[in-house]
Design a protein around this ligand. Structure first.
Ligand SMILES: [Zn+2]
Length: 314
C-alpha cells in the first residue's frame, strides 16, 4: 500500500488568531463528516477563506487528502471549547460528501480509513486513538459514518494497519544475515511464524524493541523464513527482526548515517522525557557531534546521547 501524501493548502498565517491560535501536540484523531456535498478542495478553501472559528486539519474526498492546518497547531472542530481535548489535542479529519452519501462518500470513507491507519502508524498509536466528534460534544457527527456503523469504519482502519504488518513478511527475508546465536530485537509490525493459530498475528508491543532475543533455530515455513526466539519460545518471521550490536562493546561505533534504536527509558540529550513510540522504531543518525546525536531530522528530530543508542543492522 503506497503512502498517502496530503496536498497542502494551508490556512493563511493571518488567520492564526481565529483558526489555529494554539500550538498542539496531537494525542488523538477526531473523525467528522462534512454534512455537505463539496469536494475536499472546496471544503479546505472555504475554511481558509471565511472568518468563522471553525477549522480542521484534513478534508478527504473520493480522490485526495487535502491539508488545511499543520499537525502542530490546534483546530476548532470538536465542539468541546477552548480547553477541550478534542479541539486542543485532536487531529480533525472531515470526510466529504456525507450529505447525499453514495459511491463518492463510500470512496471518501475508504481513503480516510487508509489515511487514518497511516497516521496511527506514524504516531505509534493504537485504535483507541481514533475518536469521533460525538465523543466530545454529543453532536451526531460523523453522521453518515455512524449510520453505516462506527465499528465497521474502525475495522476498515484496522484492516489497513494489519495489511501493513503482513507486508513485512512479504519482503525478501535476509536469512543469510541471521544465524543461530544472534541477538535480535523485534520491530513493530513483526508477525509470528510457526504452525499454531498465532501464525501471521502481530507480535505484541511488550516483546518489541528494546527487549532482546536470541535466535535458537531458523527454518523456512510456507515460504517464510522464521527464527525461533529462545526467550519467548516462539517463531517470528525474520523480516521483522533486526540484529543488534551494543555500541558500548567497542566493536561497532555509531556514525552519521547509521540506523539505530534508542534504549528503553533513555531521555533526550537535554534530559527531557521521550515519547514511548520512539523506543519502538529505528532511526537514522543525521548529525553527530561528540556524544550528541540528532536522529531523524525530518521526523522526530530528537537529540540523544550516543550511549543511549543501539546500532541496528538488518
Ligand atoms: Zn463533526
Amino acid at each position: 500500500m503506497s503512502t498517502i501524501t496530503p496536498r497542502q493548502m494551508l490556512c493563511p498565517k493571518s488567520k492564526k488568531s481565529i483558526k489555529f491560535p494554539y500550538n498542539m501536540t496531537p494525542t488523538r484523531i477526531v473523525v467528522h463528516n462534512t454534512a455537505n456535498d463539496a469536494s475536499a478542495n472546496n471544503e479546505i478553501s472555504y475554511m481558509n477563506s471565511n472568518n468563522n472559528q471553525v477549522s480542521f486539519h484534513f478534508a478527504i474526498d473520493d480522490k485526495e487528502v487535502v491539508q488545511g492546518l499543520p499537525l502542530n497547531v490546534n483546530g476548532w472542530h470538536a465542539g468541546d471549547g477552548g480547553a477541550g481535548k478534542g479541539n486542543r489535542e485532536g487531529i480533525g479529519i472531515e470526510i466529504c460528501y456525507s450529505k447525499s452519501g453514495g459511491q463518492k462518500f463510500i470512496e471518501a470513507q475508504k481513503l480516510a480509513a487508509r489515511f487514518i491507519a497511516q497516521l496511527l502508524t506514524q504516531y505509534g498509536w493504537g485504535m483507541d486513538k481514533v475518536t469521533k466528534h460525538q465523543d466530545y460534544s454529543g453532536k451526531y457527527c460523523p453522521h453518515r459514518t455512524l449510520d453505516m456503523g462506527w465499528d465497521s469504519f474502525k475495522s476498515m482502519i484496522q484492516a489497513h494497519v494489519s495489511v501493513k504488518a503482513a507486508d513485512v513478511s512479504d519482503k525478501p527475508a535476509p536469512t543469510s544475515e541471521m544465524k543461530v546465536g544472534d541477538t535480535v530485537i523485534i520491530s513493530k509490525g513483526a508477525v509470528y511464524g510457526g504452525v499454531t493459530t498465532a501464525r501471521g498475528k502481530t507480535v505484541p508491543a511488550a516483546q518489541l524493541s528494546p527487549k532482546k532475543h536470541t535466535i535458537s533455530k531458523i527454518q523456512k515455513n510456507k515460504g517464510v523464513s522464521e527464527a525461533l526466539l529462545k526467550e519467548i519460545s516462539s517463531w517470528v518471521a525474520i523480516s521483522g527482526l533486526v540484529k543488534t550490536k551494543s555500541a558500548e562493546s567497542g566493536a561497532v561505533k555509531i556514525q552519521t548515517g547509521a540506523t539505530v534504536m534508542i534504549k528503553a527509558g533513555a531521555k533526550s540529550y537535554d534530559s527531557k522525557a521521550l515519547a514511548s513510540f520512539v523506543f519502538k522504531n529505528a532511526y537514522k543518525v543525521d548529525e553527530l557531534k561528540g556524544d550528541r546525536a540528532v536522529l531523524d531530522k525530518k521526523g522526530i528530530c530528537t537529540p540523544v546521547n550516543v550511549r543511549d543508542l543501539v546500532l541496528a543492522t538488518k
